[in-house]
Design a binder for this molecule. Sequence first.
Ligand code: ADP
Ligand code: MG
Length: 717
Amino acid sequence: PGTERPQGRVVDDEEGGLLFLFGSHHSSSAKHGYASIEKQRQRLPVFKYRTAILYLVETHATTIIVGETGSGKTTQIPQYLKEAGWATGGRLIACTQPRRLAVQAVASRVAEEMGVKLGEEVGYTIRFEDVTKPDVTVLKFLTDGVLLREMMDDPLLTKYSVIMVDEAHERSISTDILLGLLKKIQRRRPELRLIISSATIEAKSMSDFFQMRKKRRETENKDHGPQVEPAILSVEGRGFNVQINYAEEPVQDYVQAAVSTTLLIHERESAGDVLVFLTGQDDIDAAVQLLTDQVQTTGKHSSGLIVLPLYSGLPRADQELVFSPAPRGKRKVVISTNIAETSLTLEGIVYVVDSGFSKQRFYNPISDIENLVVAPISRASARQRAGRAGRVRPGKCYSFSMALCCYTGIFSSDMQRDPATPMLYTEEYFLNHMPNAGIPEIQRSNMVSCVIQLKALGIDNILGFDWPASPSAEAMIRALEVLYSLGILDDDAKLTSPTGFQVAEIPLDPMVSKMIIASSQLGCSEEIITIAAVLSVQSIWISGRGIQKESDEAKLRFAAAEGDHVTFLNVYKGFHQSGKSSQWCHKNYVNYHAMRKVLEVREQLKRIAKRIGLVLKSCESDMQLVRKAVIAGFFANACHLEAYSHDGMYKTLRGSQEVYIHPSSVLFRVNPKWVIYHSLVSTDRQYMRNVLTIDPSCLMDAAPHFYKLQQSNHLLF
Ligand code: ADP
Ligand code: MG
């Protein structure tokens, strides 16, 4: 592509990378009929850097772009690249995101800006959903996980001319694997361009990572290819000041505190939308409910507030509501997970209420237990969250966290702070307790999926892989052990044929994939695929404060003695027989949108199963087979009830961890002697979600090697 060389200075920054400072202008070709969108585009901070970005991308193999959230990185840069000709001759431009919801939202925004139908020139792909058109789509938004999967068919990603790895500061596990692999690909494909974009200044470590060794650099520069030295560009934002208010007393219940704060803002503050950060669907739904209830009971504000949840898994129609402006005279309150921290920009937010928490994955390689924990956010995140208030005009952030907190007197504070150094929480907490930055997910995750993916791509020396941040050796060894016991890796740590290769083809947790493969051999794949589809959505039940009793009663109508997995089959059957009716769902406290998703995922899984040669068959009502298939994948999650426990305490067979059956399970309070669980969540205790009763002798049959090993350590049977 021909890019004019911009007027500008190139300087060495102190970090050893090259920093480019530009002050150039670009006259864009405003498309007829899209003037207002065109104007909006030109007002974004990134627009001033258009020429600079295109120049850097043309001349450098890797360009690192840092810019504040909302400056236009995600929506604009792919369009600039297309306008400059990077998508000609059948080549595509990819832009990755760690989150599915962000992929959908951004792709639809870009399609709108370009005045095209989503799924044509601009498309997106997330797991189980491909909205692209071959030979037509040129801008493709996708999750980093999906791009990794594409490498299995096209290891050098040859159809892409530019790959933009967005939200790199999030350091999701897939982003890190992707960066490691892209670095390898670049050596084989010097024409490939990478853009790494991020909302926080952590460019130095990224730049170091993409720095090639000196010798390589010399040989490569001879070919007049792009410079292998990464370029760093910093987009200057134009955020407004954010006044930060924090209370002095700890709050007991951050959901309630967030709700009260929101109501106070609504009562006392001038117009402007509110963004509330909580941790997940459960507390967000609870907050929406509380807020709606309190508005109704007091009656005072009933006409003025529009309360909307925002989390992944939200149906499309609800997502769109979040982005549309509130009607005149109304105030929009969006209650979100940390997806609104940097992935999505909402217009019109003037007030932010920050709980100081997010859900984070933690893995312990010793006990081999991974769970999602509500944990304090980092200082970097806290700054980001507060910054969401200062997009349209000076804003306010109300932050609190249980550790210290901030609630009384929040409205009397008149402290005006520079947004570059906002101080959230108490100074003491902010300075001494809040971690500076988060730990990359790869260092707090189970490595099982990651190992399979690398193996499937032919990368055998996993311990020697060039990671942006290395996972722990213990986690790696654990993963190899588990994969070996699942029959996915052989004695030489290579993928087994066919099981290992089949597992790698299914875009699910390897234990789920193994369960599906076993079901094909056992003759119950129809049932197991339904179960796998249900397990892939967050929850098929409607729950919430105030309706617990009714929903528990409804659940009993489907409850199976075997446990949750079989219960899911009963729900699916009922839903199917009702003609997939939303009324049926409503009556039975079943989440209709979740069930629609289950249907979709189920179809996709059946397609994949057929492709990899599995047999689709129903076992009718032989639940013994279903149980065997589940055990074939999840034998490592077996637990037994402690003989003298009065409160239903179980211990895991591996690691002897104390765990309890989650109240949402149909086996809650039933407490059968032996169970296996699908996943753990931890709040005050470790809870097993989705539990199935088992016969312990099946464990030995399913994984003799695994349990012989365990037996020598603990006396189990
Ligand atoms: P960045 O990636 O730098 O955080 P984006 O490209 O996501 O910034 O956003 C640029 C601008 O586009 C923002 O002002 C944002 O409000 C707007 N925008 C992005 N997505 C949407 C959407 N789905 N609906 C309306 N506006 C949007
Ligand atoms: Mg972005």
